[in-house]
Design a protein around this ligand. Structure first.
Ligand code: HEM
Ligand code: HEM
Length: 243
């Protein structure tokens, strides 16, 4: 009786019950807390600066016209690289801290359950979905299992490698006995000599570039084809399920 009354009332007020029912079936879950989201976008900008300036450190521009003393182009490029390097490294420390104090999705970046069979079944189902071999993906509140693998084994490990080798090279510039030399100086003899560290630091950039190409492709593809919100989740923090 009361349901009939409420439907009658809704009709009287012109509310579209079909739209209301649909709205109620859409579920939102809060996944990424503000520090994770802010870190993601700052980290993205820092890496963009590091890749562009790093590329020019490795392949400098042709000689500039005029007196050498009137040009400081490489100086500015290196300065931008080191400033972004500090932001990237401090951001990584802050992100590790947030993995400890944040919600359980904040820890997904640093832990991959590689020893459970169920995890690998989910990875395989994502591989099939990305290869256009299955019609529908599964629904995940946090990162999907394949994303977790790439984020830890490609992004996190390469980033730590870039920070350690980057500050080892930076220590050479600051000079013997500087804090960077004391903390990271051991890296240079470990690789052989300075040029070897340069080469591997440079190679690390291309690992990150490959990760970024696939990551952005997957994020945009999932936003269009997946069953849940993706890019807006890294903006608002909420994952919305579409069915
Ligand atoms: C330098 C470029 C980028 C890097 C290194 C990067 C790295 C990452 C990392 C490490 C995460 C995991 C976040 C966490 O758990 O803390 C993540 C998530 C995410 N990124 Fe990026 N990102 C980059 C650019 C972008 C761009 C341009 C977009 C947008 C198109 C994007 C969209 C996303 C989304 C939507 C997520 C969450 C995915 C999910 O909900 O499972 N990223 N990214
Ligand atoms: C996403 C992270 C990073 C990328 C993609 C990157 C990229 C590069 C590249 C491509 C080079 C040129 C290597 C060569 O061919 O000789 C370079 C050099 C260098 N990077 Fe990075 N880098 C990153 C992080 C860092 C960090 C965190 C630091 C620490 C301050 C750093 C400090 C340096 C230094 C000192 C050099 C050598 C500069 C010179 O010889 O003039 N890098 N980087």
């Amino acid at each position: 009786m009361s349901t009939e009354l409420s439907v009658a009332a809704a009709d009287a007020t012109g509310v579209d019950e079909t739209a209301v029912d649909h709205g109620q079936s859409v579920k939102s879950v809060y996944v990424y807390e503000a520090p994770v989201r802010i870190w993601h976008w700052i980290n993205m900008l820092a890496i963009l600066v590091l890749c562009v300036t790093g590329y020019f450190i490795g392949s400098p521009l042709p000689t500039q016209p005029g007196e050498a003393s009137a040009n400081f182009l490489m100086g500015y490029i290196r300065f931008a690289h080191f400033a972004a390097g500090y932001i990237f490294a401090i951001g990584m420390i802050a992100r590790i801290y947030w993995a400890v104090v944040g919600n359980h999705h904040a820890r997904e970046l640093f832990s991959v359950p590689i020893f459970t069979a169920a995890y690998w079944r989910e990875v395989w189902s994502m591989v099939k979905w990305y290869s256009f071999l299955s019609a529908r993906p599964n629904r995940y509140v946090g990162h999907n299992p394949l994303a977790r693998f790439a984020m830890f084994f490609v992004f996190v490990l390469t980033s730590l490698f870039m920070i350690v080798t980057g500050f080892a090279l930076y220590g050479e510039g600051l000079g013997m006995g500087s804090w960077a030399d004391k903390l990271f100086g051991w890296v240079i003899p470990l690789f052989g000599q300075s040029q070897d560290v340069h080469t591997f630091h440079h190679l690390g950039m291309w690992f990150l570039v490959c990760f970024i190409i696939f990551h952005v492709y997957a994020a945009v593809r999932e936003d269009i084809m997946g069953r849940q919100s993706i890019v807006s989740t890294m903006v608002s923090g909420y994952r919305t399920f579409k069915d």
